[in-house]
Design a protein around this ligand. Structure first.
Ligand code: NAP
Length: 272
């Protein structure tokens, strides 16, 4: 899938000339970075792994003729977030795509607190810091866009991924509130809520990604929705699970999610 020429122009005019993409070396972040480069955005790209990041920097430069700055930094640390913000250094950034994030799964009582706090820092604290910094810059400029990666798990509690779902509920709420608040100052905020996507996510979260979409089926709907809507549910499954269950009581949705997530997690497969 590719953005239409019209969409490329719209995005570049509204949010160019530079975009910053976290989690740019894999999955959804990678797909969005490629689509933005193809639209002519110069990019600041971030992830922890320097090798993949430098390879991506090179390939985007060669393939699309755009400027690319790679910042290898761990967003679980304040130093990593600062390193990324420092890389901006006077560039005219108009778009933030905060895709870096990961999940954990299994019985909460079996989890490591250290690992859960690390996830909280990447999924929430780093996003808060970046959104705080860039929303002030964008408001001063009177223009800008912010894409936050929420999930279909954001809309109710999810047994066996309870803390991961809680981090996404935080992102969903932040995006919805900021969208209405910042719209008045020329800044668009989008909550992107995919269902299962085939990427590095499943391996790290120890989840089996059944009925999943590819990142290329996710990236374009997200970019097309930016500036037009406050929430996007890319793919049929995410729409079904969210809209079809809209009138179902929240406690029932939690039970449904228990069955779905139970089937996706090692916990349920082992314990039957
Ligand atoms: N895949 C799904 O089913 C799904 C569904 C709904 C929402 N989401 C959300 O979408 C976002 C992207 O997921 P994805 O599927 O694209 O996952 P992915 O393929 O695992 O990609 C994650 C990216 O984030 C980077 N990253 C991970 N930890 C980081 C850290 N501490 N600091 C900086 N970068 C870090 C990774 O690179 P390094 O490992 O090199 O750092 C990689 O580039 C996440 O926020 C996820 O919660 C995913």
């Amino acid at each position: 899938m590719e953005l239409t020429v019209k969409e490329k122009h719209r995005l570049l005019e509204r949010y160019g000339a530079w975009a910053i993409v976290t989690g740019a070396t894999s999955g959804i972040g990678l797909e969005i970075a490629i689509q933005l480069a193809s639209a002519g955005f110069n990019l600041i790209i971030n992830a922890r792994g320097a090798e993949r990041l430098l390879a991506l920097e090179n390939s985007l430069r060669v393939q699309y003729g755009v400027d690319v700055i790679a910042v290898a930094a761990d967003l679980a640390t304040a130093a990593g977030v600062e390193q990324l913000v420092r890389a901006v250094n006077g560039k005219q950034i108009g778009l933030l795509v905060a895709s870096a994030g990961y999940g954990t799964s299994g019985l909460f009582t079996d989890s490591s607190l250290h690992a859960e706090v690390d996830m909280l820092r990447v999924n929430c604290e780093a996003v808060l810091s970046l959104v705080h910094y860039f929303s002030m810059r964008f408001c001063n400029a009177g223009r800008g866009g912010i894409v936050l990666l929420s999930s279909i798990v954001a809309f109710q509690g999810v047994p066996y991924a309870a803390h991961y779902a809680a981090t996404k509920a935080y992102i969903q709420s932040l995006a919805e509130g900021l969208n209405a608040e910042l719209k008045l100052r020329g800044v668009d905020v989008l909550a992107a809520c995919p269902g299962p996507v085939r990427s590095g996510f499943g391996r790290r979260a120890n989840m089996q990604m059944n009925m999943s979409l590819t990142p290329s089926q996710i990236g374009i709907p997200i970019l097309n929705a930016l500036g037009r809507r406050s929430i996007v549910l890319p793919g049929l499954l995410s729409k079904l699970l969210t809209y079809a269950l809209r009138t179902v009581p929240r406690s029932v949705k939690v039970k449904l999610m228990q069955g779905i997530m139970g089937g996706m997690t090692k916990h349920q497969r082992v314990k039957g």
